[in-house]
Design a protein around this ligand. Structure first.
Ligand code: SAH
Length: 481
């Protein structure tokens, strides 16, 4: 991380703003919103800044008499201006002045920001989404400001406009709720239910009066009740890229007390979980079971019974070679509420990564998701029945038996020249895609030293593999060489 993220309390403190044009005006507006005072120094100060100085802000905390909040000095910057300031912002756009302000501030150890000049700044300012009191700061550490703006636009579109009202509404009930629900965990559950529930929706839709009435009765009811019941959500985490989590998976991760996950779940995805959620690894590596299925079932049950909101995170989709069904059955048998959230499975993720349509007019009218690995090594599968043409096979857990599977398909009538692709670690930064022919599948897997998790795609559609995706999938050095 290049910069330490923080929000500053500038209420009632003074900030030196060097510059009198539009960039300075933009900074001044924000400073005033945050309740700061400002000293603006520039030989030439534009009308907007003068107006702000005269009028004072329309919003933001009022601190002292309006006229005292902005002081204008119509002259050049002098190092003595730094005295008594909490921060310095240089917004003249003139390289010589920028450098002078930066040097002078550094000399007295004052935090300084020069607009668009990170190399002269000790702090930078993020792109923001402002739903006061909710403020989201976005920074790419200077790497890609346009990307930061994109992210801001996405969040602007995603977040309800009355989000700030909702935060203030919740704040107005904070101490009442704390008094009635003193236990921290129950209180978190209370607020969790609140933000997901109808009262929050009323606030967001503008009916704050109705929301307030409902809230009062909810608070009274809840105060008399003991700890809430636990629950388990069995959630598909997709193939690995956190952007391929569903919105619901994300929402559940962010309100989880406990996250139980296995080997296929990478740190990028766990990072999306609530920061203080307990994370329990029950890694199921092939042949090396960190926890047995029975132990996992018990673990889920135990935490749910303890009143926790448990998220059971599984790679891909929980109901495709994920043993999700067994967990659901066990929990329901013991009366625990279970929610199921589908995920993007490895077959569709790999197909998209390689630009291979799983079905295609004239080439494949069916697709079969099949495991290449059974409980005793080779699965009890009638490969001959799957050997017909116009049919795509997506083989999960197929690396170790790849040769045998290919042999059986060929014996069953599939042409040895049928195109195949092996996609390993699909959607992750080190994803690899190898293509070849069915007759050479074993050789392909061995020779190219492909490591799991990998998905094998077999069928005529593989010939449509997107050449661009294949080139992108090459290791960087090979592509450059
Ligand atoms: N429930 C998962 C499958 C779990 S079985 C899903 O729906 O995707 C584990 C197998 O899934 C692996 O052996 C591999 O064949 C496949 N797999 C999982 N993640 C993958 C990935 N990122 N890339 C390629 N294959 C993957």
């Amino acid at each position: 991380m290049r910069y330490y993220p923080a929000f500053m309390n500038l209420s009632g403190r003074t900030v030196l703003l060097v510059g009198g044009g539009e960039p300075a005006a933009r900074k001044l507006r924000l400073l005033l919103k945050a309740g700061a005072r400002a000293t603006v120094v520039a030989p030439c100060i534009n009308a907007e800044i003068s107006e702000l100085a005269e009028a004072g802000p329309k919003t933001g905390p009022k601190t002292g008499p309006k006229s005292a909040r902005v002081t204008l000095s119509h002259r050049r910057f002098r190092p003595a201006d730094l005295e008594g300031q909490a921060l310095v912002i240089g917004a003249t756009g003139l390289p010589a002045v920028d450098a002078e302000v930066s040097r002078a501030a550094e000399a007295v150890g004052l935090a300084v920001n020069i607009v668009d000049r990170p190399e002269l700044s000790t702090f930078i300012t993020p792109a923001i989404v402002d739903r006061d009191p909710v403020v989201i700061g976005i920074s790419t550490g200077g790497a890609a400001p346009v990307l930061a703006r994109r992210i801001r636009a996405t969040l602007e579109a995603l977040l309800p406009s009355r989000l700030g009202r909702l935060a203030s509404f919740a704040e107005s009930f904070r101490s009442a709720v704390a008094g009635l629900v003193p236990d921290g965990r129950s209180r978190r559950a209370f607020w969790g239910a609140f933000f997901d529930g109808p009262i929050a929706r009323s606030v967001l839709s503008g009916d704050e009066r109705g929301a307030r009435e409902s809230m009062l009765s909810l608070v009274n009811r809840r105060g008399a009740k003991e700890a809430p019941e636990g629950s388990v959500a069995i959630v598909g985490a997709g193939p690995g890229d956190p952007d391929l989590l569903t919105l619901r998976a994300l929402a559940l991760l962010q309100s989880a007390d406990v996250v139980v996950y296995d080997r296929l779940i990478g740190p990028e995805i766990l990072d999306r979980a609530r920061r203080d959620a307990e994370r329990i690894h029950v890694g199921k590596a092939k042949g090396d079971h960190a926890a047995s299925q029975d132990e996992i079932n018990e673990l889920l049950l135990e935490h749910a019974r303890g009143g926790k909101r448990v998220v059971r995170l599984k790679g891909g989709d929980p109901f495709i070679f994920g043993r999700g069904g067994e967990e659901v059955e066990h929990l329901r048998r013991h009366g625990i509420a279970v929610e199921l959230v589908p995920g993007i499975t490895a077959a569709t993720a790999s197909a998209a990564s390689a630009g291979i349509p799983l079905t295609h007019r004239g080439l494949a009218q069916a697709v079969t998701l099949v495991t290449g690995h059974g409980a005793e090594g080779e699965p009890d599968i009638d490969w001959a029945a799957l050997a017909g043409g116009n049919h795509t096979l997506a083989i999960y857990m197929g690396l170790s038996n790849a040769g045998r599977v290919a042999e059986r398909l060929i014996a069953g009538g599939r042409a040895p020249g049928t195109p195949v692709a092996v996609v390993s670690r699909a959607t992750l930064p080190d994803q690899r895609i190898e293509t070849g022919r069915l007759g050479d599948l074993e050789y392909l897997v061995r020779e190219r030293a492909i490591e799991g998790p990998a998905l094998i795609l077999i069928g005529e559609v593989v010939a449509l593999a997107d050449a661009a995706a294949l080139v992108e999938a090459l290791p960087l050095q090979a592509a450059a060489g």
